[in-house]
Write a protein that binds this ligand. Sequence first.
Ligand SMILES: [Zn+2]
Length: 301
Amino acid sequence: MTDSTSISFTTSNRGKRLLIYSGYIFRLKKSTMKVKYWACHSDGCVANVHTDKNDHFIKSNGQHHHMPEPKQIELRNLKRKVKERVKTETSSIPQIYKEELARSNLSSTALTLASTATAGKSGLNRVRRKTTPTIPTSTEFDIPEFYSQTLDGTQFVCTDKIIKKTRMILFATDTQLETLFSSEWIFLDGTFHSCPEQFQQIYTIHCLKFNQTWHNRFNNRVEKYHPNVWHFFECQKPEELLFCQQLGKLNAGIQKKTCNICISRKQIDTLTEQYEQEQITLTDFLYGLSTLVAKRSTKSL
Ligand SMILES: [Zn+2]
């Protein structure tokens, strides 16, 4: 049996210390030289706990007007562990969450609660942003995992190469490429002025599929001022998520056309190689890329 006076501590979402006592959560209400007064965190509940200044249990008073919340406590502990790791590690947030969930031995009720808690991931993203890596001033920098993946941890940086002393970073998930290569129409667009300053141009390739295009919305986002590369990299993530959600809806009603992604990738590589070896110009390269897309789209029609 656990000691009836045993107390433990956890952290609130805002980083405040919480006391746990016999299945209930208390927050610090007042502290004097000798005694800390902890009040039940449930609104209107009069139950409270007194500890000494070294957090040793003194006594508990009053009756709770509600049931204990052991599941909430399990969940809080899980969140605290995840948050700690998000602050100190560079692994992707979903990966950390998955690992801690597996390690946590949560009861099934708490597990159900935990899956809905992924909605709180934006809070974790905020924690991660506080530890943003140094802002690069040249094109020579490593892309941390956080910025090379989508919100759900899928590889987002598709190609990252130095071509004729110029760095080219291509963002696309396999699903996006597949959609692009099987679409009826494609649009190409380049912008210079909103580009992070150490790069020359942001070049976008959009597609029209099932009469659905992401062109304008995406462009508005891209054309905003980006103070640094991390800002730019990050702004694409919500777009990718939106793309997945919309594609999911579209595919639910329409049979997806499949195409061999490997062939497409190989052709992109060949083009890139030709450009690298200066066999073709940048315009030829971009044109080649677009005709490659167009050709594949026609085939799949
Ligand atoms: Zn209470």
